[in-house]
Design a protein around this ligand. Structure first.
Ligand SMILES: [Zn+2]
Length: 288
């Protein structure tokens, strides 16, 4: 599913391509549109231009003239495509914004219940947004903040990384790649990481998200850029999907376990367990 880098990429592309465009017509395709405020949406955005695009966690927010905002969550396989340049349209289109210049922004492979219309002034305080944790691409995400977040968590580090109320935007793919980069076992207890390990984890989160952005995101599942092109992050996964294949660092076969119900890939040697790798259980302080 799209995680933070993929949605960040779409946000930037929407800012470049869609801000300033005026909506001529809104079309909803889903049969259950009775529950969707399509009439209000038409009233709110038809004849009005997009004035801004923002992102909260994995939620895209299109702000319109007149003080209304359209919130879109792509869930597992949602696609948002602009044509042209994209020549076709996604499968299972649920919503389409037709712009006055002939371009069309089309949302597919997601249910309309994940699309919301809100007054722009209320977006910040909308409960699903207000309860989100820190955005790891934001400059407020410091080592110190991560240390304080982890100290309060009783769960495993992988589960904590994916807890949207703690750190917003990390999912199953980036979490595994981050923990491999940080050389941390996914089942380590979040609150028991050493000072040095927290620093390493922080650097790994920032670096891995940056790598995802630079590679255009992961199109392992359904993510496409606004123009229909694919990202290439999935081509350089270190552990994700590599069960039984040799670790790129040490040649030990990558293992797959379940952590918090989610398939989790890791190198049992590079990310050795707490007991076998750490000196924390002894009276000696870490030597390196
Ligand atoms: Zn390894």
């Amino acid at each position: 599913m799209p995680e933070l880098p993929e949605v960040e990429i779409l946000k930037e592309e929407l800012r470049r391509e869609v801000v300033g465009r005026r909506v001529e017509e809104v079309v909803a395709f889903e049969k259950t549109e009775g529950q969707f405020p399509i009439v209000q949406l038409r009233e709110a955005v038809e004849g009005r231009a997009v004035v801004g695009v923002r992102r909260w966690d994995k939620m895209l927010v299109l702000d319109f003239e007149g003080g209304r905002s359209l919130l879109i969550h792509l869930m597992m396989v949602g696609q948002l495509l602009l044509s042209p340049p994209f020549a076709g349209q996604p499968r299972d289109v649920c919503l389409e914004l037709k712009f006055a210049d002939g371009a069309r922004l089309t949302l597919g492979q997601v249910r309309l219940k994940y699309v919301h219309l809100l007054p722009t002034a209320e977006v910040d305080n909308w409960p699903p947004i207000a309860k989100l944790g820190v955005d790891p691409l934001d400059e407020s995400f410091t080592v110190d903040l991560l240390r304080r977040l982890l100290a309060k968590k009783r769960g495993m580090i992988k589960t904590t990384l994916m807890n949207q109320a703690a750190i917003a935007g990390l999912g199953n793919v980036y979490s595994d790649e981050i923990l491999f980069r940080a050389r941390l076992h996914p089942q380590r207890r979040a609150s028991e990481l050493s000072e040095e390990e927290v620093e390493r984890l922080h650097a790994s989160i920032v670096a891995e998200l940056q790598r995802g952005l630079e590679l255009g995101g992961s199109s392992e599942m359904a993510f496409l850029h606004l123009d229909g092109s694919e990202g290439s992050y999935q081509e350089s996964f270190q552990v994700k999907g590599r069960k039984g294949k040799p670790c790129f660092a040490c040649a030990t076969p990558i293992e797959r376990i379940k952590v918090g119900g989610r398939g989790t890939y890791f190198c049992p040697r590079c990310q050795a367990s707490y007991q076998s790798s750490s000196s924390s259980n002894s009276s000696q302080s870490p030597s390196s």
